[in-house]
Design a protein around this ligand. Structure first.
Ligand code: HEM
Length: 329
């Protein structure tokens, strides 16, 4: 009985050892060089000659996933890690420095005639809701997007690899979901404000006068939106629209675009997003620190009458004319 037990045990152990040996043989056969382990695979990828695609083999239907190195992809990566990151970073730093210098030289644009104490409604509750939905989603998208491009260099040294991985994973999820609020905001803004944003008489003179913010006491006339605001509006709609389209292309890989299309979409998304962040930094500056009374327009929706007369005199005339005749806006 005991002898039988030991001989069975011995046979089972021998069988297990043989299976393990065969298993290791087949595993090494599947991972024949160059991909014996991760380190060797990386070495192989580094040796992949320029101008050549280095492919492996896959048994799933998506044959694209067998491409380990694609030469065009390598150039794309160099461009993204090189000029896009370098020039994009310097561009954003330059915008912040220029705004700070402008503030130091010009100071806050004050209401020259002082506060009147009388208010006029500038934006309705719905207009402000649309603005803040777009603004908040833009800030979330901007921060989480910048983390994708710059986080490895800036945040990873501070948070460590694991911390950075956790933050980036959360950031990526936020970026994907917040994009829908941003797109909704763009569409609504276009619908409610397009009528005020076509070029009009006086826009050229407004630009020639630097919008009245370069020199004290200069107040070029403007309608509800001045030429500067019109430029911001179209930058948000056109750049934001292109960012949204390229973002959707990236969100559904290879659904709308080929490999080259995906690379182009990522490149454009990154460059246009950085450009628009620069534009919006200037917009945030003038709406807060840069100009007395401007924030109220999107804060409470009510601005001081003297502020309105100095910055949007045609709009005030129009509103007061309507009020006098009892017409609705
Ligand atoms: C509106 C809809 C948007 C969609 C659908 C979208 C989608 C995406 C997707 C899928 C990625 C790639 C993420 C990854 O690598 O896994 C990405 C990256 C990025 N997004 Fe967006 N995004 C949108 C808006 C924005 C906005 C408004 C900004 C800027 C304020 C922005 C800035 C960025 C940046 C800087 C990157 C990194 C690109 C790179 O250099 O690799 N995105 N976005």
């Amino acid at each position: 009985m005991m002898r039988n037990f030991f001989s069975n045990l011995f046979r089972m152990l021998a069988l297990a050892a043989a299976l393990a040996f065969l298993g290791s043989l087949s595993a090494s056969a599947q991972t024949t060089p160059p991909a014996a382990n991760e380190k060797e695979l990386l070495e192989y990828l580094k040796r992949c000659p320029p101008g050549q695609a280095c492919d492996g083999r896959v048994t799933i239907p998506d044959q694209k996933s067998a491409t380990l190195v694609q030469d065009q992809g390598r150039r794309w990566q160099e461009r993204m890690e090189g000029p896009v990151k370098r020039w994009g970073g310097w561009f954003l730093i330059a915008v912040v420095v220029l705004l700070a210098l402008f503030y130091m030289m010009r100071g806050r644009v004050k209401i020259d005639s002082g506060l009147s104490g009388q208010k006029i409604e500038r934006f309705t509750g719905f207009e402000r809701f649309v603005h803040w939905m777009t603004a908040v989603s833009f800030i979330v998208l901007g921060l989480t997007g910048l983390n994708i491009r710059f986080g490895r260099s800036i945040l990873m040294p501070l948070l460590g690899e694991d911390g950075f991985a956790a933050v980036s994973q959360l950031g990526k999820t936020l970026h994907n979901f917040t994009s829908f609020a941003f797109i909704a905001g763009l569409v609504l803004m276009l619908l409610i404000w397009i009528r005020y944003n076509f070029p009009a008489k006086g826009d050229g003179a407004w630009i020639a006068a630097g919008g009245g913010i370069l020199k004290k006491g200069v107040h070029p006339p403007a309608g509800k939106f001045n030429a500067g605001q019109k430029l911001i509006f179209w930058a948000v709609i056109l750049l934001g629209g292109a960012i949204a389209v390229t973002g959707i292309i990236m969100m559904f890989p290879f659904y709308f675009a080929s490999m080259s299309g995906m690379q182009l979409a990522t490149f454009l998304h990154s460059v246009l997003a950085i450009l628009l962040i620069g534009v919006i930094l200037a917009h945030i500056y003038i709406g807060t620190l840069g100009m007395q009374g401007a924030f109220d327009a999107m804060g409470s929706g009510q601005v001081d009458l003297n502020w309105a007369k100095e910055h949007h005199s045609r709009w005030v005339d129009e509103m007061q004319g309507r009020k006098a005749t009892g017409a609705a806006e």
